[in-house]
Structure formats: structure tokens, C-alpha cells
Design a protein around this ligand. Structure first.
Ligand code: 8X3
Length: 251
């Protein structure tokens, strides 16, 4: 049976790498993001391999999410069976006392409300199709809290909890839930966290070999391609030179 995957945050980083990996493996795609031009470029690249549909919305905007998902063709809605909740970001790396409420709001909106909005909008179709796999992108920050990361870490702890809760509640419906918790992956993540300060962003990944987005895309594909009776519940993936959120073996 041909598969269809919806990936949020598909215009860059782990989402983009996952789209490429899935296309290589013949999985049709619904690619979601805010940056329409980037999605169009990706569609041009992948449409020879698989069917690609684009949806442009902000995951934190409930109305936009539901309208976009409703706009999918009936055929797509009847066959969609994989959801990769990848969209999310860190805004700032500051002590609690210095961090801004605006940054807190941005992280809560994209990292928590985003998963809730997209999953609730798509879930009726996964349930109707009696087949489904939801992959939630957490972080090492969902396993531990580090200094200056209180709210980012809180949002990723929420993802961990939501993944566990979904896995239990969706169990009778036959829907698998996988939680993936990467450590340091060199993407636009740090550039966004440091609001475009490239020096600060680059410094995060110097002195060791970080993960790249393809490493996580491989793990996501591994999780969704297991035999039917196997459910990968949780994967924590670190660079060889990282032992925890803050412990690195830097040269
Ligand atoms: C991204 C990894 O270590 O910067 O979630 O929190 S980390």
C-alpha cells in the first residue's frame, strides 16, 4: 500500500531531510511550513520521485492548521497514515530572569500548541484509516533541564509527556507513537535560538562533530519502517561527543 506522510517544519533542517529520505523510499508527501518559496523549491526537487502536496500554515494558528488540513483532497485524507510533528524552535538562551515572555510564548506556541493543533486536525483521518504512526520531535532538552533553557526544556518535556499520553490513548485505535529526542544537530536551530547571531550559532557546533539532519531523518525512517507489530516508543540520539544536554567532549 502506498504511504502518505505529513511533515511539519519541512522547509529546513530535520523536516527537510526527512522529506528527502521519505521521497527516496517512495513515501508520498504533504509538506508543511511557513516559508512557501522554500516548500515550492523542495516540491520541484522531489516531485519526480513521489506525489508532493504543499500546505503553508503556522502550526500555532489553530484556524490556519484546520483549514489547511481540511483542504487536502479526499483521496489524500483517506490514505494519509504518517504524521511527523517536527516544527518547533528555541527562542533565546537566557536565564529565567533575563528571558522575555515573548520568547516563552513563541516556544510554547510552536513546540506545544503546534503539536496539539496539527495532531488534532489530522487524527480523525488516521483513526478512520485504522492505520497510523505519529512521530513527535522532542529533544535531549525533553529529558533534562539545562541552565538558561527553562522554558525551552519545559516545552520539550511537554512533548515527552504528550508522546507518552498519546501512545496510551491511541493504543486501542492501532496508532503507533514514536518520540525522538536528538542532541546537538547542526541546522538553523541555533541561528533561530540566537536570533540570527551566526557567531554564537556556529560556536555551539565547534570543537566536535555534531549530528546532521540526515542522522535524525534516518532514525525517523527506521521508526516508521519497522514491521507492523513493532512500535519504537522512544529514541535519544546524541553525537558521539555529547553525553548529556550540557556535557560535551570538545577539542
Ligand atoms: C536541541 C538540542 O541540546 O540545544 O533541542 O537542547 S539542545
Amino acid at each position: 500500500m502506498s504511504q502518505i506522510a505529513l511533515i511539519t517544519g519541512a522547509s529546513s533542517g530535520i523536516g527537510l531531510a526527512t522529506a528527502r529520505k521519505f521521497a527516496e523510499c517512495g513515501i508520498n508527501l504533504v509538506l508543511c511550513g511557513r516559508r512557501k518559496e522554500k516548500l515550492e523549491e523542495l516540491k520541484k526537487e522531489l516531485k519526480e520521485k513521489v506525489e508532493v502536496t504543499l500546505l503553508s500554515f503556522d502550526v500555532s494558528n489553530r484556524k490556519e492548521v484546520f483549514t489547511a488540513i481540511e483542504s487536502l483532497t479526499e483521496e489524500c485524507k483517506q490514505n494519509i497514515n504518517i504524521l511527523v510533528n517536527n516544527a518547533g524552535n528555541a527562542h533565546g538562551l537566557d536565564t529565567f530572569q533575563d528571558a522575555s515572555l515573548d520568547d516563552f510564548d513563541s516556544m510554547i506556541n510552536s513546540n506545544i500548541k503546534g503539536i496539539l493543533n496539527v495532531t488534532k486536525a489530522l487524527l480523525p483521518y488516521l483513526i478512520k484509516n485504522k492505520s497510523g504512526h505519529i512521530v513527535n520531535l522532542s529533544s535531549i532538552a525533553g529529558k533534562e533541564t539545562y541552565p538558561k533553557g527553562s522554558v525551552y526544556c519545559a516545552t520539550k518535556h511537554a512533548v515527552e509527556s504528550i508522546s507518552k499520553g498519546m501512545r496510551m490513548d491511541l493504543l486501542p485505535l492501532g496508532i503507533k507513537v514514536t518520540n525522538i529526542a536528538p542532541g546537538a544537530v547542526e541546522t538553523e536551530f541555533s541561528l533561530v535560538r540566537f536570533k540570527g547571531d551566526k557567531n554564537k550559532a556556529d560556536a555551539v557546533y565547534t570543537g566536535f562533530e555534531p549530528l546532521v539532519a540526515d542522522d535524525i531523518a534516518d532514525a525517523i525512517y527506521y521508526a516508521i519502517s519497522r514491521p507492523d507489530h513493532v512500535q519504537i516508543a522512544d529514541m535519544t540520539i546524541l553525537p558521539r561527543a555529547q553525553a548529556s544536554g550540557t556535557v560535551f567532549n570538545k577539542k
